[in-house]
Ligand binder design. Structure first.
Ligand SMILES: *Cc1c(COP(=O)(O)O)cnc(C)c1O
Length: 487
């Protein structure tokens, strides 16, 4: 016997969304529709539209993790419905966060006894971490100025002009003047000497970057520390240092253990790192660690009596997901020191080298990144057509005539992909040559026209000038597609 049930609204139960009316119904974009649509249709429609997004794995613009092991994906999905802030209900998640804070603090050489708890907090990313660290510095400075009976309404912070945009955000949102050390051609990070020169009594901290957003270069935190120690001694101030190690915090402890940039330096009072960059977790986790309890003013900590328990919190948001915290703990215990160092960081460095050598062999590129630093490159072309997503941007003041493109080498960027990218770049170079030829002929044509005009004396352009015009034309072409929100 065949049992069949006739559906009155046949569209609602069709097996293929594409056979239904939903593929030709116009969904209102900016207001809610009157009727519901079946879940399959909703899924398919959204999924199809999302196909037009770039492929995250080929997004070389970003430091942010785009691949994790399936076991970790599963853990994350299993905890997707857990609100992190319900610490009372999810004490194990809270415990995992505390373990992460402690592990990371020890990676950064925080001065802790064997069983002593570190001071730090998980955040949505380095931006939130930086807001919190900045607030702690501002409050400490205000307390100190008030205690000395001095005005405390004009705080400032000294950074390089290469800082990530979240520092500008912090400055604007929390009313702190941002004093930027200008860059110069060929030197794209903060000059510690110039930074210390800019420090005054109202400076709440100097922020150094470990892994400049622009070229991955590490700033010289040790030199900054030493110069600032001297200046503090002369002036009687105690201007501290924050290290924005968003990208480098999970690199330096592994491949440059001798490099002193962290709590080994006495003036470094807080450090932030993005768990979702080389902490190898998908977007949505960062960390801020303070050197000691004294560096985080008690009055910034909220003690909430939530569902019967005292919960100290220092975050900007209340609710957030737990998955990223759990995933961070997974990466820390799963990989351990050895794998992190050898199988991931060394792989990244080696694949960066393959790309570097491949690019240098073309003889057409200047590699801006240094050998020590975050594995990142600026190259000179856009490769979107091949699926690669590579951002273009100009350098900050005093070096803004330098237009760069960057490639971040992440864990999931394999040797095969590195070689593929080089070969795609070579293809693009051939096209670029063709374009250059077209621009050249256009310039020559314009010149000929001018020469035919009897009333104008025309000096024939030198080869150098012509070259410059070609470069300018090319720069304009790249600039038109420039993005600024590099992360
Ligand atoms: C990425 C980055 C940030 C911002 O971090 P998010 O985790 O994306 O909020 C801040 N500073 C530096 C140096 C960065 O590289």
């Amino acid at each position: 016997m065949v049992l069949s049930k006739a559906e009155s609204h046949s569209d609602a139960s069709v097996h293929s969304t594409f056979a239904s009316r939903y593929v030709r119904t116009i969904l209102p974009r900016f207001k809610m529709g009157e009727d519901s649509i079946p879940k399959e249709a909703a899924y398919q429609i959204i999924n199809d539209e999302l196909m037009l997004d770039g492929n995250p794995r080929l997004n070389l613009a970003s430091f942010v993790t785009t691949w994790m092991e399936p076991e970790c994906d599963k853990l994350m999905m299993d905890s997707i419905n857990k609100n992190y802030v319900d610490m009372d209900e999810y004490p194990v998640t809270t415990e995992l966060q505390n373990r992460c804070v402690n592990i990371i603090a020890r990676l950064f050489n925080a001065p802790l006894e064997e069983a002593e708890s570190a001071v730090g907090v998980g955040t949505v990313g380095s931006s939130e971490a930086i807001m919190l660290a900045g607030l702690a510095f501002k409050r400490r400075w205000q307390n100190k100025m008030r205690a000395e009976g001095k005005p405390c309404d004009k705080p400032n912070i000294v950074t390089g002009a290469n800082v990530q945009v979240c520092w500008e955000k912090f400055a604007r949102y929390f009313e702190v003047e941002l004093k930027e050390v200008k860059l110069s051609e060929g030197y794209y990070v903060m000059d510690p000497a110039k930074a210390v020169e800019m420090v005054d009594e109202n400076t709440i901290c100097v922020a150094a970057i470990l892994g400049s957003t622009l070229n991955g270069e590490f700033e010289d935190v040790k030199l900054l520390n030493d110069l600032l120690v001297e200046k503090n001694k002369e002036t009687g101030w105690d201007t501290p240092i924050h290290v924005d190690a968003a990208s480098g915090g999970f690199i330096a402890p592994f491949i440059y253990p001798e490099l002193e940039w962290d709590f080994r330096l006495p003036l470094v009072k807080s450090i932030n790192v993005s768990g979702h960059k080389y902490g190898l977790v998908y977007a949505g986790v960062g960390w801020v660690i303070w050197r000691t309890k004294e560096d985080l003013p008690e009055e910034l900590i909220f003690h909430i009596n939530y569902l019967g328990a005292d919960q100290p919190t220092f975050t900007l948001n209340f609710s957030k997901g737990s998955s990223q915290i759990i995933a961070q703990y997974y990466q820390l215990i799963r990989l351990g020191y050895e794998v992190w160092l050898w199988n991931i960081m060394e792989n990244c460095s080696e694949n960066a080298l393959v790309l570097k050598e491949g690019l240098e062999k073309t003889g057409r590129f200047n590699i801006v990144s240094k050998d020590i630093g975050v594995p990142l490159f600026e190259i000179s072309d856009s490769l979107r057509r091949f699926g690669w997503i590579v951002p273009a941007y100009t350098m900050p003041p005093n070096a803004q005539h330098v237009t760069v493109l960057r490639v971040v080498i992440r864990e999931d960027f394999s040797r095969t992909l590195a070689e593929r990218l080089v070969s795609d770049i070579e293809k693009v170079m051939h096209e670029l040559d063709a374009l250059t030829a077209r621009v050249t002929s256009k310039i020559l044509v314009t010149e000929e026209k001018k020469e035919n005009d009897v009333n104008v004396t025309v000096v024939k352009k030198t080869e150098l000038e012509t070259q410059r015009e070609i470069t300018d034309a090319w720069k304009k072409f790249v600039k038109a597609r420039k993005t600024n929100g590099v992360c």
